[in-house]
Write a protein that binds this ligand. Sequence first.
Ligand code: 5GP
Ligand code: ZN
Length: 112
Amino acid sequence: MESCLFCRIAKHELPAKVVYEDDRVIAFDDINPQAPMHILIVPHKHIPTLNDATAADNDLLLHMFAVARKLAQQNGVAHSGYRTVFNVNSEAGQSVFHLHLHVLGGRKLSWP
Ligand code: 5GP
Ligand code: ZN
C-alpha cells in the first residue's frame, strides 16, 4: 500500500512523533490531539478497518491493547482513566483506512 499514509509512517517514509515501536506495531502522537495524551497504535500490516481483521490477526489486536495499557501507564493516566477507540467506517468518523487504535487520556472525557 504505497500511498497509504499510515503505511508510510510505519516505514518511516513520513515523519511522526514515535513513542513506541516493535516488530508488529508503531505508536505515535496524533497530529490533531483530542486530549493531552492522544496516541495512535498502528500495525505494520495494512488492514483497512477492524472489519477486515481476521482470526489470524487476533494476537495482533491483543498486542495493540497491551501496548495501549503500557503507554497509559507510562503517561501516568492508567489510574486516572483513558480510552481506547477503533473508529470503523463512515458513521464512526474513520478517516484513515489503515487500522489504528486511538489511546486518549489526561482529561475528563465525555461520551461518546
Ligand atoms: P480516524 O478518524 O481514522 O479514526 O483517525 C485518524 C487520526 O489520524 C485522526 O485523529 C487524525 O488527527 C490523525 N492523523 C491524520 N493524518 C495524520 C498524520 O499525518 N500524522 C499523524 N500523526 N496523525 C494523523
Ligand atoms: Zn496502510
